[in-house]
Ligand binder design. Structure first.
Ligand SMILES: [Zn+2]
Length: 504
């Protein structure tokens, strides 16, 4: 058996089409950098490396962000470190500067001395791409010497840079396909879109929510075109700002949307999906949609702003779709294994578990109430034993060990039941409840509650707990409650409160 050697994907020659008789790509010798729209990454999206020359290089001045004014972006460019940064303009590049909703690439530049430099981001400045090159502390002088205008360098995408870019291309080309279908099939214009950070689904914002049927229709329509393997190409010409843009309509989708106002230097670029869409865009697009199977999340999220409502349609394709499937599958199988059932039974088993939990929570509440009443009955019968003597006050410290989630609620239930039972007896009382967890560590919490028939006595005990034992809490009238942090020992802390309780 022979081995099949697969060549890396290559961009067909017809991908990049100059549709003007006069537009030329400036040659390296001219000292002019290739303008945005016809950069190497835009002529050949699969190109990973290019040898080129430095046109300009300056030390970057960090932008002063006006206080309190933060730009909100769904996709953040890699943050720039505090080390020096060089802003480098090359004659040509494979490192895509952000634009068209597509985030910047990251990459590397190799200089003539063999050193490699990280490109943290690339940005559009006017009509040109500026590379933000990281320089290590103390390397600034040597960096400036190898980035002098005219020096030969190689700009490249490393494997991670390329994988990231491939994901961006997949999502961006998918967005063009989706936007076109939403407009032509459902008359839904794309208000905006976001190429979110992987692995989140990207989204298109449309003016209204969509039904499951509508989403399914768009998905199957898109995948029909994907399976046909429609070709994608780009058309470029000089940007003539005075020329009125005549809207071209293909399948009902109008073209001629605005370019950024500071976009100068002059190339107009249209991305065409064969027979489906023509759209001005500077993004790097795949030459075909043949492996962009689309998955649309079967619901839209409604976004309400001051006076408008719109909805977000989330989508996945390419490597991001595979990642999504993998993690969704992992989640499902791990949940199924916890529930000891097959994956299809997970929803049913989860709803059973939730149901059972609700029932047992109710049972615990009922039993706690019953127990609280029993405890208070015992306490009130204890209280009546010594009653009748002059100056008698029923004083009691009740300590409990309880790992329950609502200890304070349980102690309250006892105190409420107790004060109801004591209401008609006229016996004065002062009760102190403490409740600690079964295993205590230095960070453990002991809940403390004081109830009595005299608010002054309750307050006195509360003040003592605060000042002498460091209990944090407070109260009003006949009730005081608080929390003690640390290990509560009945022999120590318990004895101290017993002593006070007897002598108030
Ligand atoms: Zn685009």
């Amino acid at each position: 058996m022979g081995t099949v050697v697969r060549s890396p994907p290559s961009t067909p020659a017809e991908y990049f089409r100059i549709v003007s008789p006069t537009l030329r790509i400036p040659s390296p010798g001219t000292g002019i950098s290739v303008p945005l729209g016809i950069l190497a990454c835009q002529r050949d999206p699969f190109l990973k490396k290019i040898e080129t020359i430095v046109i300009a290089c300056t030390v970057s001045q960090p932008p002063s962000t006006p206080a309190g004014k933060k730009t909100k972006k769904a996709v953040s460019a890699p943050t720039l470190p505090n080390e020096p940064i060089l802003e480098v303009i090359l004659h040509d590049t494979v490192i895509f500067p952000e634009g068209g909703g597509q985030p910047t690439d990251t990459g590397v530049i190799t200089t003539s001395d063999g050193k490699t430099w990280s490109v943290l981001q690339a940005k559009r400045n006017g009509g040109h791409a500026v590379h933000y090159v990281m320089v290590k502390e103390g390397d600034l002088e040597s960096a400036l010497s190898v980035f002098t205008p005219g020096s030969t360098v190689t700009a490249a995408l490393g494997q991670d840079d390329y994988d990231r870019r491939y994901d961006h291309m997949s999502m961006h080309t998918s967005q063009h396909l989706l936007s076109a279908l939403l407009e032509t099939r459902l008359n839904l214009p794309t208000l905006s879109w976001s190429l979110t950070n992987a692995p989140s689904p990207c989204y298109i914002e449309v003016p209204r929510g969509m039904t499951v049927e509508e989403i399914r229709l768009i998905q199957s329509e898109a995948n029909r075109l994907v399976f046909e393997g429609r070709q994608v190409h780009t058309e470029v010409e000089e940007l003539d700002r005075d020329k009125k843009a005549t809207p071209v309509v293909i399948g009902g989708r109008s073209v001629g949307k605005g370019l950024p106002s500071d976009y100068t230097g002059g190339v107009n670029r249209v991305v065409v999906i064969d027979g489906v869409d023509r759209n001005p865009c500077c993004g790097t697009h795949l030459p075909t949609i043949h492996n962009l199977q689309l998955f649309l999340l079967p619901h839209t999220d409604t976004m309400s702003r001051s006076n408008t409502t719109s909805a977000r349609l989330y989508f996945l394709s390419g490597p991001r779709l595979i990642n999504y499937l993998t993690s969704a599958h992992d989640l499902l199988t791990s949940t199924a294994s916890i529930l000891s059932c097959g994956a299809p039974l997970v929803p049913e088993r989860v709803s059973q578990v939730v149901d059972e939990r609700k029932k047992s929570e109710k049972r615990v509440t009922d039993l706690e109430l019953e127990l609280a009443k029993r405890i208070s009955t015992e306490l009130s019968s204890e209280a009546t034993v010594g009653s009748g003597n002059d100056g008698y006050i029923f004083r009691k410290h009740l300590h409990r060990t309880d790992d329950g989630g609502n200890v304070l609620g349980f102690l309250s239930a006892i105190s409420v039941a107790f004060s109801e039972q004591m209401a008609h007896s006229q016996i004065p009382y002062l009760l102190l409840f403490t409740s600690t967890p079964s295993a205590q560590i230095t960070g453990s919490t002991t809940v403390v509650m004081v109830v009595g028939s005299d608010d002054k006595e309750v307050k006195t005990i509360g003040e003592y707990l605060k000042s002498q034992l460091g209990v944090k809490g407070g109260g009003k009238g006949l009730k005081w409650s608080g929390k003690y942090t640390g290990v509560w020992k009945e022999k120590n802390e318990g004895e101290r409160v017993n002593h006070v309780l007897k002598n108030v």
